[in-house]
Design a protein around this ligand. Sequence first.
Ligand code: NZQ
Ligand code: ZN
Length: 384
Amino acid sequence: MENFVFRNPTRIVFGKGSIAQIKDLIGAKERVLVTYGGGSIKKNGVYEQVMAALAGRTVFEFGGIQPNPLYETLLEAVALVKQQKITYLLAVGGGSVLDGTKFIAAAAKYRGKEPWDILAKSAQVKAALPLGAVLTLPATGSESNGFAVISRKSTQEKRAFGSELGFPQFSVLDPEVTMSLPAKQVRNGIVDAFVHVMEQYATYPVNAAIQDRQAEAIFKTLIEEGPKTLKDTQNYDARANLVWSATQALNGWIGQGVPQDWSTHMIGHELTAFYGVDHAESLAVVMPVLFRHEMPRKQAKLAQYARRVWGVAETDDAKAAEMGLVKTVDFYHSLGMKTTLADYGISPQDAAKKVSERFASRASKIGEHQAIDAAATGQILLAC
Ligand code: NZQ
Ligand code: ZN
């Protein structure tokens, strides 16, 4: 196992009716900016619950944060924060609202010229406003990590940053408020969480037994509970299991002391930036092809995955690993997730050219061995 230092400071408030607890989690004197997306929270009762919990405080609102939140929009929120002397941010929504709010928190305190540098030049986040979250979509793990992914319309870019200051101070996870999600978003959430576990698991063995077993527990829970909650959206326990699985998939625990491979995400972000394909859709397309491309390096862990998660009995590692990948793609299909570029009307040739050119311009080398360069990225996309 590799060395690590780990701290996750987010207080999780989980369960039915939990939004009311916000009243004890944000100081009475804070000037609070509630951030949200395109309006789902005004249709499912979440907005009313949040406002009731904040009663007595000075509250402002900023709505309209898009899926794949746009830098251009978030800068408007930063201006409002400065103008109204906001002291606390409360993000209410899915990963996009949470990520966007983390960026607002950092950009509002940023002293450099252009806050985009936090994303494009990894400018250090030295200060940020405190934030809390009410999660309405189980998928990204943003509710309990310090990462955010922001898109820029003018340049068709999608970039990420991570900071200790990006962790929400608290996150309210009430599975009931996710029951208004359309099936497509539930499916996306299951696949996103699944791939998060994959990218921390399917690298090479370092004898991290507890991390492996925890990751396998999340895989198996998603495989068992995912289809249940997709079919029976009002089944509280199935939804609660999805919510907690998605949080654990990317709250840091399973990634400690192990190599990680975020290359599927890196390539997937480019597909979203160029073609607008949903985040989880991009991952379902890239992951199987990328893993086959990297098979010699990933074979041992993928064989273990196939045997422990899918019960594959094959003793030959190469065959078992391939069987595990086939089972994974079948699982995505069973959820209604399509897995080729053509399924989304994207030309593999066009994607290979655009993304490999972009990676070449950034000299990106990705994967747990930094073995995937711009040319390899092009080959992978041609086969997607
Ligand atoms: O905008 P509203 O009206 O709220 O509607 C949203 C949006 O249209 C809707 N929705 C959310 N909760 C709902 C609901 N509709 C009905 N009922 C509810 N309870 O769902 C739509 C999608 O929301 P979005 O927040 O975009 O989805 P998701 O949570 O999948 O977030 C995706 C974003 O997170 C980033 C992705 O790249 C993408 O930009 N990621 C963030 C990560 C992180 N911070 O660690 C890691 C991930 O890998 C990912 O990259
Ligand atoms: Zn993701």
